[in-house]
Ligand binder design. Structure first.
Ligand SMILES: [Cu+2]
Length: 153
């Protein structure tokens, strides 16, 4: 009996100390399109892979006044967006934020985004009760014709 308790205690301790590192969370292919004149918000596409189940709980960027996470859905033929507080990152699965489903928005851009530049981003990721700040940067790609226009609010 005593021995069994000891084994359980040891397992518990192992689970508790199973460490999580920032390197367990990868950000791939972050990009945003150059802004058109007068455009003051931009959408960022990126892929996140977290080795452990995690949650994206926000992000920030020095390039904008407000950084928001949005969900996008089609209702009655209308595209609607809602701000979300949490985006789930299932363990080991690629989560692509982009033109469908969830996306990141830079709102109130301080200056226009020019092709070839990079925009620094810091993603706030929660793994269990630990918070991580993951630095990434989005590559600004040229604003080309024919691209799907992201109408916003
Ligand atoms: Cu949006």
């Amino acid at each position: 009996m005593n021995k069994l308790f000891k084994v359980c205690g040891l397992l518990g301790a192992l689970l508790l100390t199973a460490s999580v590192y920032a390197s367990d969370i990868q950000v791939l292919g972050a990009s945003s399109r150059a802004t058109a004149p007068g455009q003051d918000s931009a959408m960022v596409d990126l892929t996140i892979v977290s080795a452990k189940a995690a949650q994206l709980v926000g992000f920030s960027s020095p390039a904008c006044k407000t950084a928001e996470m949005h969900s996008m859905s089609h209702e009655n033929g209308m595209m609607t967006m809602r701000q979300v507080k949490v985006i789930d990152l299932p363990a080991g699965r690629r989560v692509t934020l982009g033109e469908s489903g969830f996306h990141l928005m830079l709102m109130g851009l301080k200056s226009s985004l020019k092709a070839g530049e990079r925009v620094p981003l810091t993603l706030n990721v929660k793994v269990g009760d630990k918070d991580f700040k993951i630095d990434a940067s989005a590559e600004i790609t040229p604003l080309v014709g024919g691209a799907h226009e992201h109408m916003h609010h």
